[in-house]
Design a protein. Structure first.
Length: 391
């Protein structure tokens, strides 16, 4: 009894007195377990039954709508409905706050209103020579690393040594030491990248804490908004901003990203008519394979790609197929433990059926490489070739 009282007081003091008490309690008190349970491996024990009930009635081929343009309009509207209310738009009111000369292009740090609530910093790389140029909106990854965002895509400006060190280390870890944005800019592309909500300069006042991401996402839902959807809405808004720049040929805009950035790339391609070609690296699978207690598979991104209710209508490859007949490139790794090959191949097959049905099979490239969860120099070279061909 005394132990129970002491434990109760300790936990209460953690709630009212500060996180250090809760951390101490978590370290010292054994996990409480009951003989009966309903969740395991962060999934409901009945996950297989729930998956059997997902028949994706709005997918192309399942939907009773046979006119493709009408289907895409209806399906896109359903995606937007599930994304809940969009942030209010605002005039960008761009200002350039720093400029840096680089080899063959100019790097600009800009500030603009991505929506009516958030004035954000973006990196804009502009090639030398007469424009307007083709452009690529680069969408950064998740990685459980929130201290940097846009700096994962574009080499940071020289004034912040802490950010530079962090970004350089991350570049080596996931991108083989080469910044994709600077690589594309050196080959003639305007490149733009901005932090997603919760990353980089859009993080917490209290500092980086991955465990707080899901709490913040839950609080956003209590306000009738989706943090994941805000990320996509901002990607759409940032692309509109990119299209408005005089250095950019608005008819030749692409997008690309790895990991969560790959998810963002096909979501943006599906929902924005501004995007003419999209490239997604290491983010495609079916829900059936992604979620499995038996095979010990689950979603690791938390709320990063959680759109409430959407799975009742469309699976990931169905949503990506809203981009058809645009040029799209998907690359996944055979050694990527986050996206099992069987789920990737199933998703690829679903998308190919859609592009084939529109006589656009040559516009969809789906590739499996002998890589882990990464976007190294060889993959970046493939992205450059794809954009050179399609933009």
């Amino acid at each position: 009894m005394r132990l129970g009282v002491a434990l109760g007081l300790l936990l209460f003091s953690g709630v009212s007195g500060g996180g250090e008490h809760m951390a101490y309690a978590a370290e010292k008190v054994p996990v409480q377990k009951r003989a009966q349970y309903e969740f395991t491996f962060e999934l409901p024990c009945y996950v297989e039954q729930l998956k059997e009930e997902l028949d994706y009635p709005l997918a192309w081929g399942n939907s009773p709508i046979t006119d493709f343009d009408e289907w895409r309009k209806v399906a896109r509207a359903k995606v937007m409905e599930c994304m809940m209310a969009a942030p209010k738009r605002a005039d960008p009111e761009m200002e350039v706050v720093a400029v840096e000369r680089r080899d063959g292009y100019e790097a600009r740090k800009v500030r603009f209103n991505v929506n009516a609530y958030s004035r954000v910093t973006g990196y804009l790389l502009v090639p030398d020579g007469d424009g307007p140029h083709p452009a690529v909106n680069l969408l950064h990854d998740h990685g459980g690393h929130l201290f940097i965002g846009k700096e994962k895509m574009v080499r940071p400006f020289a004034e912040d040594s802490v950010v530079i060190k962090d970004a350089d280390e991350w570049s080596v870890r996931l991108y083989e030491g080469q910044y994709l944005g600077d690589y594309l800019a050196s080959h003639g592309y305007v490149v733009f990248s901005v932090d997603a909500p919760m990353w980089g300069e859009r993080g917490r006042e209290e500092g980086v804490d991955r465990s707080k991401y899901d709490i913040i996402a839950g609080n956003m839902m209590m306000l009738g908004r989706s943090l994941s959807a805000f990320m996509t809405y901002d990607d759409i808004s940032a692309t509109e901003f990119l299209a408005s720049l005089p250095e950019v040929d608005a008819s030749r805009i692409g997008c690309a990203g790895c990991s969560m950035g790959g998810y963002r790339a096909w979501m943006l391609s599906a929902l924005s008519d501004r995007i003419k070609a999209g490239a997604s690296v290491c983010w495609m699978v079916t829900t059936d394979v992604q979620m499995s207690v038996k095979d010990r598979k689950k979603e690791y991104g938390g709320f990063a790609n959680c759109i409430p209710g959407l799975r009742q209508y469309l699976d990931y490859p169905h949503i990506a197929s809203l981009a058809c007949p645009k040029a799209m490139l998907f690359i996944n790794g055979r050694r990527d433990h986050l996206f099992p090959v069987d789920g990737v191949e199933d998703a690829y097959a679903i998308m190919h059926k859609v592009w084939d049905s529109r006589d656009a099979k040559n516009r969809l490239a789906t590739e499996l490489w002998d890589i882990s969860h990464s976007c190294g120099k060889a993959v970046q070279k493939r992205l450059l070739e794809f954009f050179d061909e399609n933009l």
